[in-house]
Design a protein. Structure first.
Length: 269
C-alpha cells in the first residue's frame, strides 16, 4: 500500500493540540484526517513527527499515512487544502518508501520560540508570540543556553506526565538572537521530551530578566529535578519549525528561512 508523506503548517491557537481528543474537542490530527479521508474516499490515519500541545504552532510538521487511494501529489495538496480551515495548510505531499516513518525516521527536530520584548503588547502577535515586558539580556541567555547543549538527562525540563521511556536527549543546538524588540530562541535535538522546549525557554527567560545567573542552567540540569527550574513558557510562542530526514528519502529541504525570519508583526524599516 502506498505511503504518503505530507508537510503541514498550522496555527495552533484554536486547537487542543495535535493529538485527537475526546469528542467535541478540536485537534489538528482529527481535522487533517477528515480532510485527507475525504480526498481518499476512505479512512486515513496520520502519524506525525512530533506531537504539539494546545496553542503550539507548526511551520513544517511532517506526517505520513498509508492509503490504497491513487491520487497525484498535487491532488493531495490541493484537495486537502480545499477541505481544511484557513488555520491549517498542506505545504507539500510526496510518495515515500514503505519503511519511511514520520517519527522514527527523523534525524533531528527543530523548534523556534518567538518573544515580543517590549512594554506594549503586539496586536498582530497576540496568539503567535509570548510578550515579555521586562528587558531581556540575550547575551546572558545565550551563555546559559550553551551550558545545556549536548547529550544529557533532561529530567529537570520534562513535564510531570511525560511518558518517554528515557529522559536522555541530545540537544544539538540552543541559540538566542535578538532582532529589535523580537527575541528568537531556536532548539534542535534528536527528539524532545514533553514540554521540554517550553521549559528550556522558561529558564532562559528567567536568566534574561536577571532572576538567575547563566551558570544556574547547569545547576538545574544537574539536579534532574523539575521543581528546581522555572515555570513553563507560554504555548503561543512555540513553533514546530522543521524536521530533518536522511536525504535518501528525497523529501524537500525545508527553506523556512533564517532565524531572523519573523512570521508575525515584521520589524519596521
Amino acid at each position: 500500500m502506498p505511503r504518503i508523506a505530507v508537510a503541514l503548517e498550522y496555527d495552533g491557537a484554536q486547537f487542543a493540540g495535535w493529538q485527537s481528543q475526546q469528542p467535541g474537542v478540536s485537534s489538528v490530527q482529527e481535522t487533517c484526517e477528515a480532510a485527507f479521508s475525504r480526498i481518499a474516499a476512505m479512512p486515513v490515519t496520520l502519524v506525525c513527527a512530533g506531537r504539539t500541545d494546545a496553542g503550539v504552532h507548526a511551520m513544517a510538521q511532517i506526517v505520513h499515512f498509508d492509503t490504497a487511494a491513487v491520487r497525484g501529489e498535487r491532488a493531495w495538496v490541493l484537495g486537502a487544502n480545499a477541505n481544511l480551515p484557513d488555520s491549517i495548510s498542506v505545504r507539500w505531499a510526496r510518495t515515500v518508501p514503505g519503511h519511511f516513518h514520520a517519527r522514527y525516521s527523523a534525524e533531528a527536530r527543530t523548534y523556534r520560540y518567538f518573544v515580543v520584548n517590549r512594554l506594549g503588547r503586539s496586536a498582530l502577535a497576540a496568539q503567535r508570540a509570548a510578550l515579555i515586558y521586562r528587558p531581556l539580556d540575550t547575551l546572558r541567555m545565550a551563555a546559559a543556553a550553551a551550558l545545556l547543549v549536548g547529550n544529557h538527562d533532561f529530567s529537570a525540563f520534562r513535564a510531570a506526565g511525560c511518558q518517554a521511556r528515557s529522559p536522555i536527549r541530545r540537544l544539538y543546538a540552543l541559540t538566542v538572537e535578538r532582532f529589535g524588540d523580537r527575541v528568537v530562541i531556536e532548539a534542535t535535538a534528536n527528539a524532545f521530551l514533553q514540554h521540554m522546549v517550553r521549559n528550556l525557554v522558561g529558564l532562559l527567560l528567567d536568566v534574561g530578566v536577571g532572576k538567575a545567573p547563566p551558570q544556574w542552567a547547569a545547576e538545574v540540569l544537574a539536579s534532574r529535578d523539575r521543581t528546581q527550574s522555572s515555570p513553563t513558557a507560554p504555548a503561543q510562542g512555540l513553533y514546530f519549525w522543521k524536521v530533518r530526514y536522511p536525504k535518501a528519502f528525497g523529501l524537500p529541504e525545508e527553506a523556512a528561512g533564517p532565524v531572523s525570519a519573523m512570521i508575525y508583526d515584521p520589524p519596521p524599516g
